[in-house]
Each structure stands twice: as structure tokens, then as C-alpha cells.
Design a protein around this ligand. Structure first.
Ligand code: AMP
Ligand code: MG
Length: 406
């Protein structure tokens, strides 16, 4: 009766997210470098100049002609000074040298720099001590790092500090990047109470809101927390449709399962679109991915550990794909510190402490807590171990993928 995929295997759900997000990629904007950090580049960057732009000295010392040096000490005539920041019309002739600082252009005729520490110098002469530098020593050649016209950054790559600084070194003041998604965060449930207020019998504090706000902020987003949704279909509809007109992304938690009070799937089916509902994973099985007006909707189950697994498993993928990111996140593997037996076929996300042991080996120590409500075990851990689909009997020492979150 449903016209959307359901009970997908985890990887197929990821594919659906990527495919839908590719159709709704956020437009690009041009930002000054100082605001482009962490963003996804929207166009390739072609080097407008070479790096280094000119031959220059790698050290403080004296620029000379290597052919003038003998096997032992050689004394040369000091004919000038070339400091970084200007290019004097200096010429190094036979038997001559020029005092030079790091980054200063090589004077004409010179091909080698001897470092200051390997010389004796007065105001007129410089003695190069043995052993002499090899030909071309301490000279940085124009274009040896980047040739002019070379493609140095690719569209879809994340702007790390190193990449932003590479753009700066090429004289590029601003970069085209994809817009970050605007995000509305909803928690839902009549039982939820704001921390700081008294609890009535049957109520619990809302912990998922802060969990999601923190996880989204860690992705560089600026999420907006919406007032909590009561378990009322009309109110859920009004609030989600409101947000659907105003945000690129809606992240909800709770009310997505099969209970009488789980109204989110019906609202999406009636007023939007469901791309999938339910994934063969543990925890997090009821997760739903849909669209509502201009927003993509990631409806996460309510149990705190399910929020974690589905956000790390799908939320990050969606956020990256909406911004056109093409580089996969770094895959990390660790050795299991204790054996794990998984009889079921679903992909499982298991809380664990990942640490580097005394031999430099990354190890993952599974947390024994059972139950997707146990947030304490998430707080005591720093990663989720990803156990592959299919029943698994993994011995201690087996390599497993880990998603670190702290
Ligand atoms: P639900 O999917 O709405 O049935 O929620 C599943 C479980 O997660 C229930 O025990 C809820 O009380 C709990 N839960 C749902 N939302 C939150 C929240 N924001 N903070 C803490 N627990 C929640
Ligand atoms: Mg609920």
C-alpha cells in the first residue's frame, strides 16, 4: 500500500539520500576567504600564478655561483644585500656573492645559497666553509609547488585551513562555495519537559534537542530549535509545513514509529513526500527521509541512541550531499578490544571507546550497555562501532569501522 521504499538496507538508504540531495543541491555563493573555512567549494580553482612566483632563497645566507666553490674553503667577494620583499637589480659575477634572507629573490647569476652558519663573513668578504653546499642548495624554484594554470582545488572539496591558505597564496580573495543548509530542529512528545522545569509523573526531560543542536553545530550549521511538538496530528502538520516553507532541512526526533501517537509519517505522506521509511539498522530502524515543500526532512526515532546512530549514519551524508561534497569523510577503522556477536542481519551501531593503545594501534572497546535509551553510555563513549550487515561473529582484534563523535 505504501508507494515508497521501506525496510531498506543501510547502504541503499544512503544512496537514496545522496540521489535526492543531488537534485536539491544548494546554490553557490561567493565568500571572502575568512568566511569560506569549512565550506564546500562550488567550482574548481585554477592557479592564476605560479608558486613560488620567483626563484628565492630557502635560508638566510649568501647567494653564489656553485661553479666558484672549491672542495675546501672558498672566499668570495660580498657585492650586495638582497632582503625579502624587494627585487634589486643585483648581479653575482665570478667569485662574488650577495647576502640574502629567506624568501628573497635570487639575484641574477647566482644558483646556490650557503647558509649563514656555514660561513665566516666581514663587510667585504665571505668565506664558505667546507664542505661546500651542493649545486642548487637552499634555492626554491619558481613554480616547483604550483604551475600557473594548474587545477589546484576541485569542486566538491571541503575548504580546510590548508586549502583556504593555498587560495590566499595564489592571491585569490574569495571563493565560490555551496550555501549551508538552514536547519529547523524539532523534538516531539507530550512527555517532554524543558530542563529546569519540574517533572510531573510520567514526564522526562527533553535531551534530544540539545543532542541534535550540538551535532548540527559540529557540522558547521546554525540550527534553529523549534518549539517542541505535542503528540497532536494537526499541530505536527502546522509546524512542519511552516518549517517546510522556510528551511532547507528539517530534523525531527520521535513520533516516527508505528505507535498511535507517531504522526510524522502521515503528515509527510499527505503533504510532502516520503523517500524511504524504515531501514534495516539497529538502533534507528524507524528513521524516515522525506521532503516537505522546499525542505528535506530527516525524521529520526526518539530514543537518544537512535538519534545518534541515524544522525551520524544519515544526517552527515545528507548535509554533505546538499552542499555538493564529493570527498568521502575519512574512514576510520579500529581493532575490537573484545569479541562481538551479532546474530541479526541489520547494520548495528554500537557505542564504544576508541583509543590508541601502547603499541600505537587504534582499538575500540564496546560499551556493554544494552538499550537505545541509554544516553549515559553514549556520553561515556566517544564513537559508534559500525557492525556490517548480516550476522557477524567478530573476534577480539577484528577490524571494524568506527564513527567518532568526540
Ligand atoms: P517515540 O519514537 O516518539 O515513541 O520515542 C521513543 C522514545 O524516545 C520514548 O521513550 C520517548 O520518550 C523518547 N524520546 C523521544 N523524544 C525524546 C527527546 N526529545 N528527549 C528524550 N527522549 C525522547
Ligand atoms: Mg513520542
Amino acid at each position: 500500500m505504501s508507494d515508497f521504499p521501506t525496510h531498506l538496507v543501510f547502504d541503499d538508504a544512503v544512496d537514496v539520500i545522496r540521489e535526492v540531495a543531488a537534485r536539491h543541491r544548494l546554490e553557490s555563493e561567493t565568500l571572502p576567504l575568512s568566511r569560506a573555512h569549512g565550506r564546500i567549494l562550488a567550482e574548481d580553482v585554477i592557479a592564476p600564478i605560479a608558486l613560488p612566483p620567483f626563484d628565492n632563497s630557502a635560508m638566510d645566507g649568501f647567494a653564489l655561483r656553485h661553479a666558484d666553490l672549491g672542495p675546501g674553503e672558498t672566499t668570495l667577494k660580498l657585492v650586495g644585500e638582497q632582503f625579502a620583499g624587494m627585487a634589486l637589480p643585483l648581479q653575482v659575477g665570478e667569485g662574488e656573492c650577495v647576502r640574502i634572507t629567506t624568501g628573497a629573490p635570487m639575484p641574477a647569476g647566482a644558483d646556490t645559497v650557503v647558509i649563514k652558519e656555514n660561513t665566516h663573513a666581514n663587510s667585504e668578504h665571505v668565506t664558505v666553509l667546507a664542505p661546500p653546499p651542493h649545486a642548487g642548495a637552499n634555492v626554491r624554484r619558481a613554480g616547483e609547488d604550483v604551475a600557473s594554470g594548474e587545477r589546484v582545488l576541485l569542486a566538491g572539496s571541503r575548504l580546510t585551513p590548508a586549502r583556504v591558505s593555498l587560495a590566499a597564496s595564489l592571491g585569490i580573495p574569495s571563493l565560490p562555495v555551496h550555501r549551508k543548509p538552514t536547519v529547523a530542529v524539532f523534538s516531539s512528545g507530550d512527555e517532554l519537559v524543558e530542563p529546569g522545569l519540574p517533572l510531573a509523573p510520567g514526564q522526562i526531560y527533553d535531551s534530544n534537542r540539545e543532542l541534535l543542536m550540538g551535532l548540527l553545530r559540529a557540522e558547521g550549521l546554525e540550527p534553529t530549535a523549534w518549539p517542541r511538538l505535542p503528540d497532536d496530528p494537526r499541530q505536527v502538520e502546522i509546524a512542519l509545513r511552516d518549517a517546510g516553507c522556510a528551511f532547507d532541512l528539517i530534523v525531527t526526533c520521535g513520533a516516527v514509529s508505528a505507535g498511535e501517537k507517531d504522526h510524522i509519517p502521515a503528515v509527510l505522506q499527505q503533504f510532502g513526500q516520503v523517500h524511504f521509511w524504515k531501514v534495516k539498522m539497529k538502533p534507528g530502524m524507524p528513521v524516515l527521509f522525506g521532503s516537505l515543500d522546499q525542505a528535506r526532512v530527516l525524521a529520526l526515532p526518539g530514543n537518544p541512541v537512535s538519534v545518534f546512530a541515524t544522525f551520524l549514519g544519515f544526517g552527515r551524508v545528507l548535509i554533505d550531499a546538499l552542499q555538493g561534497a564529493t570527498e568521502p569523510r575519512a574512514l576510520e577503522r579500529a581493532q575490537l578490544a573484545s569479541p562481538v556477536d551479532k546474530p541479526h542481519a541489520r547494520r548495528e551501531f554500537m557505542r564504544a571507546s576508541v583509543f590508541c593503545d601502547d603499541h600505537g594501534v587504534l582499538r575500540a572497546d564496546p560499551n556493554p550497555a544494552v538499550g537505545s535509551h541509554r544516553l549515559r553510555a553514549v556520553s561515556d563513549s566517544n564513537a559508534l562501532i559500525v557492525l556490517p550487515d548480516g550476522p557477524q561473529r567478530l573476534a577480539a582484534g577484528s577490524l571494524v569501522e568506527v564513527l567518532r563523535y568526540a
